[in-house]
Design a binder for this molecule. Structure first.
Ligand SMILES: [Fe+2]
Ligand SMILES: [Fe+2]
Length: 216
């Protein structure tokens, strides 16, 4: 089977499960935004591809793991800290039907399992591919759209908006100083996202300081 055929099969596998969960009604998390989660998944996969190509990783392993990294969320299964490990367990038997080597299946499953909290429920060394999947996920978590979502409920309340911006910027600056990413190209993209958010929020806060009475 060709790479693109496998990636298409993985895509269909996820979307069929999403459709089945939506059809039966998402009992545990009724307000879950499947559309956001799927678009996040697609963006993570593209970031993963880009980083894997630069870092010389197994691009298909990274893309397969990125596509499947949050599959438990489409399954109404598990949304908490376990969702990486649950996703890996859902993915494994399906991956075994696609003609991947045992090593590739383990690497994909490990990359999925550890993407939340660096912990897998099976023994496996840390791989370049697993670092890339986590980096790609973190990059999209700090994207422009995510920033908009975080602030959308504050748009009508200027005071609360500025307070939220001031507290968020402190967190972002901490991330900017921290060592969160696992690869050099992941770090570059991640820092770019953080810088965009920090710049925007700084601008917002600085503008708010001009909201004062006019005086010569
Ligand atoms: Fe996740
Ligand atoms: Fe994710």
């Amino acid at each position: 089977m060709e790479t693109n055929e496998r990636l298409q099969k993985i895509t269909r596998f996820i979307l069929e499960r999403r459709a089945a969960t939506e059809a039966k009604g998402n009992g545990r998390y009724p307000s879950f935004d499947f559309d956001y989660r799927w678009k996040h998944t697609l963006r993570v996969t593209q970031y993963g591809k880009q980083i894997a190509e630069t870092e010389g990783a197994d691009v298909e392993v990274v893309m397969a793991a990125c596509l499947l990294h949050d599959i438990s969320k489409f399954d109404d299964e598990q949304y908490g800290v376990e969702h990486g490990r649950v996703s890996a367990r859902i993915a494994r038997p399906f991956l075994e039907t696609l003609g991947y080597s045992a090593e590739q299946v383990d690497n994909i499953c490990f990359s999925i399992a550890v993407h939340v909290d660096d912990k897998a429920d099976f023994e496996h060394p840390v791989t370049l591919e697993s670092k890339i999947v986590s980096d790609a996920d973190n990059i999209d978590r700090f994207g422009a759209y995510r920033l908009l979502l975080q602030f959308k409920n504050y748009a009508e309340n200027y005071h609360a908006l500025i307070e939220k911006a001031e507290s968020r910027i402190l967190t972002l600056r901490k991330y900017r100083e921290g060592n969160i990413t696992g690869t050099a190209s992941g770090e570059k993209l991640f820092n770019h996202q953080l810088d965009l958010q920090i710049n925007f929020l700084e601008h917002l806060i600085n503008d708010s300081k001009l909201t004062i009475e006019a005086k010569l």
